[in-house]
Design a binder for this molecule. Sequence first.
Ligand SMILES: NC(=O)c1ccc[n+]([C@@H]2O[C@H](COP(=O)([O-])OP(=O)(O)OC[C@H]3O[C@@H](n4cnc5c(N)ncnc54)[C@H](OP(=O)(O)O)[C@@H]3O)[C@@H](O)[C@H]2O)c1
Length: 221
Amino acid sequence: MLSYSVPTIAILGGTGKEGPGLALRWASAGVQIIIGSRQVEKAEATAAELNLRLGTTMIRGLENSQAARQADLSVLTVVQSAHQATLESLVDDLQGKILVDATARVDFRDPRPPSPPAAARLAQQILGPGVRVVAAFQNVPSHALKKNLGQSLDTDVLVCADDLQAADEVIRLAEAGGMRGYYAGGLDNAVVVEGLTSILISLNAHYGVKTASIGITGIPR
Ligand SMILES: NC(=O)c1ccc[n+]([C@@H]2O[C@H](COP(=O)([O-])OP(=O)(O)OC[C@H]3O[C@@H](n4cnc5c(N)ncnc54)[C@H](OP(=O)(O)O)[C@@H]3O)[C@@H](O)[C@H]2O)c1
């Protein structure tokens, strides 16, 4: 269990591959989770499936805008092509809160690094100054999140944000989920983090794995 108080987390587009993995990790650590979807029934079905796996009731399902409203912090894990439209539809719901953008705009069939601005910078422009956007988890493979839930993940999370306090909150969340979080500079740096996904996809393809990830050295912990 966690030794500090954590917010309720909404995972917007949490019915796909990445969202449920994050939900499992955080709910295992005692965090209340709301799975968001365009369809409440789909959100509820995913929440029920994850609760069954964990033997808990920590996870519930709501439509994305309700999920964002009821949470203190939201993590965006919609498919990349829905990034802009989803954020535009949630501007009012997210005001005053933290939005964590996990988007990596890389096509796994043609893994080229994306051009600036970072997806998270675009999110900040869409949401305006009333939302603190943090970029994180773009390099954490969904396959790794869902395996060996009781154990730490051998992965580091680069956390980019213009607001250090918001970044610190997300670093604590990464750690609650069994990952190591590092502050990696302002929101514009997140385009480099997205680009690392191109390298991870290429490593996965070359070495025949699904869980290549990143690690930072040289910083004592
Ligand atoms: N997969 C990974 O290993 C991984 C790792 C790190 C980061 N990421 C990032 O996480 C994000 C999600 O990746 P994913 O692999 O989980 O994607 P995904 O499974 O393909 O899709 C996630 C969710 O997006 C929602 N969605 C689909 N079309 C939509 C639309 N037109 N409008 C609004 N929502 C829509 C769906 O939710 P509903 O149908 O329920 O609304 C779907 O369950 C991406 O930005 C990706 O770069 C993925």
